[in-house]
Ligand binder design. Structure first.
Ligand code: FE2
Length: 240
């Protein structure tokens, strides 16, 4: 049996990642997967990236926030997001990211795929057709069918919507582990999933665990960053 830890949309919320680390002991997994968005909206991008850099058995991809950070670091203009409070968070992150962690981000692909015990797994931030697509579990069945058909993958792991789910359409498993650091459903607890593969069978279990949100709030205040993010993490809701 192979055991994969599915993480994603951490958004620099290291206290949430650390809580998962303490809860499940990641060394017991064959692989640790990250669907992207390591960075932005909390103040621990370095600790978050370092956590992955210190581990050997990881497969990670970039999310939209990470791609934007890399664009800023290249000296390109940031057209989106337009909201000033969001832009502050992007520029704060790019200014505070250590070069070795920026280099790690730069080394990551936008999507990836791998085979475990003959099961072909695709890893995407949005979907296999569009890295910026938010695929919610209540999307039309036809959308899932289109993504399932003509793809070599038995399993498609995605992030970006921040909504945890596991759906089987046309025999293809669509899995979103939810967001470790920035859930939007009014429950601030960290979300993640465990994928077990054994003799061709696939089992998925989702988890929600609490973490010290106040550690995030305290650090946002220390760095005098917009108050809306403190409220966002406390409420577990998208506020801007
Ligand atoms: Fe995200």
């Amino acid at each position: 049996m192979k055991k994969l830890l599915l993480l994603g949309d951490i958004h620099a919320n290291y206290p949430a990642l650390k809580a998962i680390d303490n809860y499940i002991h990641p060394d017991g997994f064959d692989l640790i997967i990250n669907t992207g968005d390591f960075t932005v909206y909390s103040t621990f991008p370095n600790e978050t990236i370092q956590w992955f850099r210190e581990r050997k058995k990881t497969i990670c991809i970039l999310g939209n926030t990470d791609r934007r950070i890399l664009r800023i670091l290249k000296g390109k203009k940031l057209r989106k997001p337009k909201k000033q409070e969001k832009r502050i968070m992007y520029f704060w992150t790019s200014e505070n990211l250590l070069p070795k962690n920026a280099a790690y981000l730069k080394s990551l692909p936008a999507q990836n795929d791998f085979i475990i015990d003959s099961i072909h797994i695709g890893l995407f931030h949005g979907t296999r057709e569009d890295a910026d697509e938010e695929l919610f579990p209540n999307a039309p069945e036809s959308r899932f069918q289109k993504l399932a058909k003509g793809s070599p993958y038995h399993v498609q792991i995605m992030g970006h919507s921040h909504v945890p789910y596991h759906k089987i359409v046309e025999g293809v498993h669509f899995i979103n582990p939810g967001s470790v650091g920035r859930m939007f459903d009014g429950d601030p607890r960290a979300s993640f999933a465990i994928l077990k593969i054994s003799a061709g069978t696939i089992a998925v279990e989702h988890f929600r665990i609490s973490y010290p949100v106040e550690a995030v709030v305290k650090d946002l205040k220390i760095h005098q960053l917009p108050d809306v993010y403190s409220k966002m993490f406390q409420k577990g809701k998208k506020l801007n």
